[in-house]
Write a protein that binds this ligand. Structure first.
Ligand SMILES: [Zn+2]
Length: 274
């Protein structure tokens, strides 16, 4: 067991993060065993010891600074906290924790939830929203997750509700939720837009034509969802994203400052040949 885990959990206990969230923190030894199954998820395959150490620092900070609020009978235990925190900080492994500042609460439902709200469409018609959701992220407000969907994340199957909702938060940091986060110096908005617009147009065309793309058709819902869903594939199934949209993969590689295609290659090749 890497020594840094005990550092993380003892630090979490020292700041009473769990108590603030209404959770009874387990003993340190239980924290250690709680994180192990999450770290064993294939989405973390190939991370170096140094990267795992950074991951634990970021996850620790998340559990200290955010309030985790279980609702509707959701059970929030140590393994669940570890699963959420560790997957949440993977996208910011090379971006730093401040990327997640500016909001505080993570609301957790046991499974899919149906929001009770009304939205007004482009024609001024008000609709009641009644479709079940696996997660959502509010601008300046809470992030919401279904724990059933958290459990389904991290298996390198192209699905990760934690990454999806947290990268929406990254998208929101520079204003409009439009699939264009604040790019680093040296990156070009024009190059990003060219890559994403061409891919989005192609993808929507394939979905409208009744095709069955490997990437979740939900990505066609909007440019913001396209960015969030393709970020899931970037971390969970980079081979699928790279095969379909290599220019988008390259932009996400520059933005996240990570190369999961290389990092996960041994795992992905293993699953393909077995
Ligand atoms: Zn979304």
């Amino acid at each position: 067991m890497p020594g840094f885990w005990s550092k993380w959990f003892s630090r979490s206990e020292a700041t009473n993060a769990g108590q603030r969230a209404g959770i009874v923190l387990p003993a340190e030894s239980h924290w250690l065993s709680a994180a192990a199954p999450t770290l064993a998820l294939p989405v973390f395959a190939g991370l170096s010891e140094a990267e795992l150490a950074t991951l634990h620092d970021l996850a620790s900070q998340l559990l200290v600074e955010k309030t985790l609020t279980p609702v509707s009978g959701a059970v929030l235990d140590a393994p669940t906290c570890a699963a959420i925190a560790l997957q949440a900080v993977l996208p910011i492994l090379y971006l730093g924790y401040p990327a997640y500042r500016g909001w505080r609460e993570i609301i957790l439902y046991p499974g899919e939830f149906i929001p009770d709200r009304e939205v007004t469409d482009d024609f001024g018609i008000v609709h009641r929203v009644c479709q079940p959701l696996s997660g959502e992220a509010w601008e300046g407000g809470p992030l919401v997750l279904s724990l059933d969907d958290v459990a389904a994340s991290g298996h390198c199957l192209g699905y990760n509700v934690v990454i999806h909702e947290f990268v929406h938060k990254l998208d929101m940091r520079n204003g409009a939720v439009d699939g264009l986060p604040a790019l680093h110096s040296g990156m070009s908005v024009e190059v990003w837009a060219d890559a994403f617009n061409a891919a989005y147009t192609d993808f929507c065309g394939r979905v409208d034509a009744g095709g069955e793309p490997e990437i979740d058709p939900y990505a066609s819902a909007s440019p913001a969802e396209f960015f969030a869903v393709l970020s899931e594939y970037f971390f969970e199934a980079p081979d699928i994203l790279f095969a379909d949209y290599p220019a988008v993969y390259e932009q996400l590689r520059q933005y996240y400052r990570q190369d999961p295609l290389t990092r996960l290659a041994p795992f992905l090749q293993g699953t393909q040949t077995s």
